[in-house]
Design a protein around this ligand. Structure first.
Ligand SMILES: C[S@@+](CC[C@H](N)C(=O)[O-])C[C@H]1O[C@@H](n2cnc3c(N)ncnc32)[C@H](O)[C@@H]1O
Length: 233
């Protein structure tokens, strides 16, 4: 199930030793002979709930694996704090994360009360399981760890600057009658940088105006900047 974390950037991050991923099967922490990890909900109703004992045993055992480096224990949950680039950046600076994945109706509430440091949601929709969310969170965090990808590449990505990324073009310069913007072929780095910033602002304004509301930058700034730069040139 976790195959996406063993290819591409996350795989390279592990190969270089910058990240270590461990997967734990809840069943390994459940009591024999049946190793039952779920049960019916008290009070009735549909679905099953992950039992508290295997979860507590797993969290305690995993925490103890590295004395002196307690992990931030995170429950992937639609009820959690929304995952944002800012939150991913904060998590990328922590030495150790322990992601708890729910199934069915979720996990016993007493685990959340006693063992979970924070709940994180990957969006306002309900997934079938926490593994999908854990993969999304892991990928978002791993690419921000120092040395995993070029720092300037991560810094330009959407949200890192509070804006969406600028458009990207590659060869050929003419594709199905559409030409690459002339400025990108000019070799003038100041003009290219100004164009990219203006495009990022325009894109954000068009696609995600809410992002601009929480940010001091505006199209007016960019126009002024462009004019100033043109004046300097
Ligand atoms: C079917 S969901 C349970 C939903 C739960 N009954 C509720 O409404 O809050 C099963 C599991 O998927 C995971 N999950 C579902 N939606 C998620 C989301 N938006 N973000 C992160 N994890 C999610 C959680 O781990 C959850 O325990």
């Amino acid at each position: 199930m976790f195959a996406p974390l063993y290819s591409s950037i996350p795989a390279r991050a592990q190969a270089s030793g910058r990240v270590r991923l461990e997967l734990h099967n809840l069943r390994d922490y459940a009591s024999p002979p049946h190793r039952q990890t779920d049960d019916t909900p008290f009070g009735g109703g549909p679905g099953m709930v992950l039992k508290p004992e295997p979860l507590a045993a797993a969290i305690n055992a995993i925490k103890a694996q590295e004395a002196g480096m307690l992990p931030r224990v995170i429950y992937m949950s639609p009820q959690g704090q929304p995952l944002t680039q800012r939150l991913a950046e904060q998590l990328s600076r922590l030495p150790r994360l322990l992601l708890v994945c729910g199934h069915y109706e979720g996990i016993d509430e007493r685990i959340i009360k006693k063992y979970i440091d924070m709940e994180i949601s990957i969006g306002d929709y309900v997934l079938s399981n926490g593994e999908l969310g854990a993969m999304v969170l892991s990928d978002a965090v791993i690419r921000l760890i120092d040395g995993v990808i070029a720092q300037d590449s991560a810094a330009q990505d959407s949200f890192s600057t509070g804006l969406l990324d600028h458009p990207h073009y590659t060869k050929p310069a003419l594709f199905e009658g559409m030409a690459v913007p002339e400025v990108l072929l000019s070799g003038n780095h100041r003009r290219i940088e100004a164009w990219r910033r203006q495009q990022a602002l325009a894109s954000t304004e068009r696609k995600r105006p809410d992002l601009l509301a929480s940010r001091s930058a505006s199209l007016a700034d960019s126009h002024k900047e462009q004019k100033d730069k043109a004046h300097d040139d």
